[in-house]
Design a protein around this ligand. Sequence first.
Ligand code: PLP
Length: 378
Amino acid sequence: MKGVSNLEIHRNTWIEIDLDAVAYNIKQIQKKLPKETKVMAVVKADGYGHGSIQVAKKALQAGADYLAVALLEEAIKLREASITAPILVLGWVPPASAIEAAKHGITLTFFQKDWLEQVNSYSFSKPLHLHLKVDTGMGRIGIRTKEEMQDILHALNKNRSIYLTGVFTHFATADEPESTYFEEQRTRFKRLLSRLKEQGLENLDVHVGNSASAIRLPEDMYDYVRFGIAMYGLYPSQAVKEKGEIDLKQAFSLHSKLAHVKRLQPGDCVSYGCTYQAETEEWIGTLPIGYGDGWLRRMQGFCVLVNGIRVPIVGRICMDQTMIRLDQAYPVGTKVTLIGCQNDACISMDEVSDYAETINYEIPCILNNRVPRIYKGQ
Ligand SMILES: *Cc1c(COP(=O)(O)O)cnc(C)c1O
């Protein structure tokens, strides 16, 4: 583990990010998309916990044309890492922040007339690009009615530095097999687009689809797909995975090393609350990772890989430590894999998120920065 020692970590727990997998996943979606549909790589929440700068750079190398984040802070971080590609902020920012966005050449999302009027009142030294968000059924942000659209279009073109360069919506059920609601949203968006065209607004960057939509309807994605979870090699849902329409490689793996190994006698306890007691003579290993890293307490009873085999997590998970029952004595320093593969044996992100009763998106996001990320294929 050269990378680990380079980081000078004093605890043997780390996350490996395989950037070649990111590039591979982008290639897989590009193969399905028509030539005119480009990839907008979604790297919000620090690249879904994978590292936004490293993933963004790799995604651009692999052929992505645009980046998307949720916050202006996240976009500025990319600019400060010398990334010059276009960046869209998908969420709401305070109007006063538009000045900072323009300065960095960062595109903002807008959907409120009051917001636009306030932004119109500023003077900009560089152009400000805006994408209009339309709420066709997600119920989160965006204009919902014809009237709102009229109002907002009226407030446009009042400031020579402000340009409407795109329009987009977001689907609530693209990852589900049932398509009625998805189709309703698509119809609403089409109607709205034709209204925009009637108003003479053409040449806009139009985008509607996240990973699930892009995999499902690659032919109907307009100018960009907002490619998030699948870029990291994770399927948006079991339904999408089962359809087998795309092959993805998981980029994220989590590893540690045994910090301690001991023999327990029948009746001996492990961890707080004594929820686990040895039944026979057993080898118990201690790992330097816990819920303080985002390795959830509810992973008690799940498993990890040691020497290519699955062994159980026993006793309560502590803030900084987790105990496992070994099949034999292993030396301190033996590698343990919590997410990912050892030889042919694998524990996938989906297995972990199923056990934690959540979705795969959440797991890499909550494994926090106490765990260093090491990059392969940079
Ligand atoms: C997060 C996000 C995406 C990416 O979705 P995935 O399911 O991860 O592909 C796309 N669009 C918007 C508006 C988002 O917030």
